[in-house]
Design a protein around this ligand. Structure first.
Ligand code: GLC
Length: 815
């Protein structure tokens, strides 16, 4: 492994810091991340998905494929072992003359390539390798809408002799719930069949663990999908049994089957189901050859056959390659078009790449569609999670946000409570005493209305889980509010129950006495928004009632929640405080400060103190910590947050989701220096991979805090709500272009070191091109000076008016 080539080593760093590190760098347009040395500290992954199907592929080629639900309907088997990262799918080459075996991505043979590059792109991953005189390119991607994963393979003989090669693709079938640790049981139900004419191995599972059907009971249903692995070349040999493929004491690095000429194929119902397809390729010196594999999944064998035969045109010679090229191009184009709208340009290229492309790609592919990452193969919809994520659609296609609102409204009970999460396909849901989930419906509906001005969303009808009678969204939201109002403490503060946004505070209020001041801050903002929405709907009495409630809540928070220098986070069932100077650990919590600022709970002097507390106790080089100091022993009455090792995830780490809110709060307080510091701190491209470990091109869920010996080490990439939020915070707060009820507010707060920035975004039928310059001569505290199409306007809200279809040029001078 020592001779692995690293094309970036020794090259000068780009003039803009952060575009290259020892393992990889962005392509010049930022749309690919290119890894030149595969010995990255952790798997650097791509999540490639369409709305119902997808694959995870790491820089070693490992990973998994799913359809409909990445956990309950995994097509391939994968082992979540991030230290080893060698499982799921392999593509082998064997030189028939020398007998040497290598793989076209590092796993599982980890060869010393002469040339290696893994290019993760938006919608595809390519491995470009050269070894043993064979140059290869292996590109994996998903069809833009169907259950079809394609492998495009190009081989070239760079040696001076003719070569006889054998290529072998291999996957292990999961065909059900992942992981599959009780394999000896699960394998008893999988059936494979070899379709000689198509050169395809089909798989089906006669038992699906996920479902309890009222009619058929438990463990008595087929897995609802069929899948097949096909090869575009005449198949030399096929194998459906893992033991036969590996051989006795076998190993994926050198499976016995690869050195055997005669395979004894085993298909049917009595094997440990895999699919291995081997073909032969002969190459004269300098000659090239293309081939392809398809992994297709659908609801019936006929659908799968159609995907292979028609979509990918397998078996049609050159037509196969043309079809595969076209599908790859469509998948790439799909992403370019999706991400073409709402783009920023700041002085930091890596931030531009992240905000414009990668964070939104992450939010859509991994969070909304796939609901999968390498650290969490979830498949479920989190009630609060995917609703927040769906805000990423607002400037792309707001109908998708609206659809998400409908989907979540359907997962509410008639009493206003909601599932904390539920699984699509099976509709299994998790009922908890979490107290904030239901309110995100109100939050995202308000975001939708501010973006679109369209109140008709409130009329969208959905049933409840336990009441089939459809009710409009406004009624779903009303029931959510009513439930939260009912569940308040005698002091008027909402109860925390089994946790609020912070899942780990899951025991704080189990007896329904503990209070959440963060939830109170959150509610204050919602009451303001919904008073306005009700006013616009003509419900003046309710609007007045919400306004009164809001004022009373602000008063109650400021009376009971102020701890002297910051806001308390919560009270326990027994009345003890959490996030208070009385606490040795868990003294200061971030969200209780940032949301008090964002939602105007804190009067100006307290807002300033909140921000000072954040600066003093929570700002670290890795971003704003969720709390400090970290809990150092389990505390039963608080919950599992205290059971994490100190500094990990919610327990005193940088929780990126909340760290983006800290940037918004710093913007609101106009603390440019802090905005710059916090933005830089969470930018993964600006990190030293030896300390940071995780991917430089997508956001991590968390980074270890200072109470961990690995302060600055990131994890939980891809599957994090911070991706959609980063885009929102940078566009709405840092660049400050914020939709309000009747127009776009222009209120930038650029980091002190930036001279300017620009943003182009659609808004209610027009395109706004906003160019922001520094106006250091403006008096302190003055709002930005805004010109629209060359004319200065009063104030800084551009009222949406008769500009439909136009490009509106906005110039901003901001202090
Ligand atoms: C996880 C959960 C999310 C929660 C966060 C903080 O990311 O999915 O819902 O808000 O943790 O606990």
């Amino acid at each position: 492994m020592s001779s692995v080539v690293n094309p970036t080593a020794g090259e000068p760093r780009s003039t803009s810091a952060g575009l290259a590190n020892a393992y990889g760098r962005y392509s010049p347009d930022g749309r690919e991340y290119r890894i030149g040395d595969y010995r990255t500290p952790r798997p650097w992954v791509n999540i490639i998905a369409n709305p119902r199907f997808g694959l995870a592929v790491s820089h070693t080629g490992s990973g998994f494929t799913w359809i409909g639900n990445s956990q309950l309907a995994a097509i391939t088997r994968w082992e979540q072992d991030l230290s080893r990262d060698a499982s799921g799918r392999f593509l082998y080459v064997r030189d028939a003359d020398s007998g040497r075996i290598w793989s076209l991505a590092p796993a599982p043979t980890f060869p010393a390539y002469k040339r290696f590059e893994c290019r993760h792109g938006l919608g595809y991953t390519t491995f470009a390798t050269e070894i043993e005189g064979i140059a290869a390119e292996w590109t994996l991607f998903a069809h833009s809408s169907e259950g079809l994963e394609l492998w495009r393979v190009a081989l070239r003989n760079t040696s001076h002799q003719p070569r006889r090669l054998e290529i072998c693709g291999l996957i292990e079938w999961c065909m059900g719930v992942s992981p599959s640790p009780r394999r000896e049981f699960h394998k008893l139900f999988i059936e494979t069949r070899y379709d000689t004419r198509r050169g395809a191995i089909f798989a089906h599972n006669h038992m699906w663990e996920a479902v309890h059907s009222p009619r058929w009971g438990h463990w008595n249903t087929d897995f609802p999908y069929v899948a097949a692995l096909a090869c575009s070349e005449p198949v030399l040999s096929a194998q459906g049994d893992k033991a036969a493929f590996l051989g006795r004491c076998g190993d994926f690095r050198a499976p016995a089957a690869l050195s055997e000429d005669l395979w004894k194929p085993q298909f049917g119902r009595h094997a440990d189901a895999v699919a291995a397809l081997r073909c032969a390729v002969e190459l004269r010196a300098g000659e090239s050859h293309r081939l392809a594999y398809a992994l297709a999944a659908g609801e019936s064998p006929a659908e799968v056959e159609k995907l292979i035969d028609q979509s990918a045109r397998f078996g049609a010679g050159d037509d196969t390659h043309a079809a595969v090229d076209r599908l790859l191009e469509l998948a790439r184009q799909g992403w370019q078009e999706r991400l073409a709208t709402c783009r920023v340009e700041t002085p930091e290229p890596s931030l531009n790449y992240l905000v414009n492309d990668w964070a939104r790609y992450q939010a859509i592919a991994a969070r909304i569609w796939g609901r999968a990452g390498y650290y969490q193969q979830s498949g479920a919809f989190g009630f609060r999670d995917q609703l927040q994520d769906s805000q990423v659609w607002l400037q792309i296609d707001a109908r998708c946000t609206r659809e998400q609102l409908r989907l979540h409204a359907r997962h509410q009970f008639a009493d206003g409570s909601v599932y904390h999460w539920w699984h699509p396909l099976t509709e299994q849901g998790h009922v908890t005493k979490m107290t904030d989930d239901l309110l995100w419906l109100a939050f995202v509906a308000a975001s939708y209305i501010k973006e679109t001005g369209d109140l008709s969303v409130l009329q969208d009808e959905s049933p409840f889980i336990d009441d089939p009678q459809p009710a409009p969204l406004s009624e779903h939201v009303r029931r959510a509010f009513e439930r939260v109002f009912r569940r308040s403490s005698p002091r008027g503060i909402p109860l925390i129950g089994a946790g609020d946004w912070n899942d780990g505070l899951n025991a704080v209020g189990l007896e329904e006495r503990g209070e959440s001041f963060w939830l109170a801050h959150f509610l204050v903002g919602l009451l303001a928004d919904w008073a306005e929405i009700q006013r616009r709907c003509g419900a003046l009495e309710q609007a007045g009632e919400f306004t009164r409630r809001r004022a009373a809540l602000i008063a109650a928070i400021n009376e009971h929640g102020w701890d002297g220098q910051w806001y308390t986070r919560a009270t326990l069932d027994d009345g003890r405080k959490l996030g208070s100077r009385e606490n040795r650990v868990g003294r200061v919590f971030l969200n209780a400060q940032t949301w008090a600022i964002l939602n105007d709970v804190a009067p100006p002097d307290r807002a300033a103190q909140c921000l000072s507390a954040v600066r003093e106790h929570l700002v670290s080089a890795a971003g704003a910590l969720l709390l400090a100091p970290a809990f150092d022993r389990p505390i039963r009455e608080i919950g599992y947050i205290t059971r994490y090792a100190p500094g990990l995830r919610e327990n005193g780490g940088v929780y990126t989701h909340a760290a983006t809110w800290a940037i918004a709060a710093a913007c609101k307080m106009r603390d440019r220096e802090l905005v710059g510091r916090l933005l830089t701190a969470i930018n993964p491209a600006l990190k030293d991979p030896e300390k940071y470990w995780a991917e430089p091109y997508v956001l991590p869920g968390n980074v270890d805090g200072p109470d961990s010996p690995h302060h600055g080490r990131a994890g939980w990439t891809w599957y994090t709500g911070s991706a959609a939020w980063l885009h929102r915070v940078v566009t709405h707060w840092v660049l400050g272009v914020r939709p309000e009820w009747d127009g776009l507010r222009i209120d930038p707060c650029l980091p002190s070191q930036w001279g300017g920035a620009s943003l182009t975004r659609p808004y209610r039928g027009s395109t706004y091109h906003v160019r922001i310059e520094r106006g250091d001569d403006l008096p302190p505290g003055s709002p930005s000076e805004v010109s629209v199409d060359g004319r200065r306007i009063d104030g800084n809200v551009i009222v949406s008016g008769d500009r439909a279809g136009r490009v509106v040029e906005v110039r901003v001078r901001s202090r």
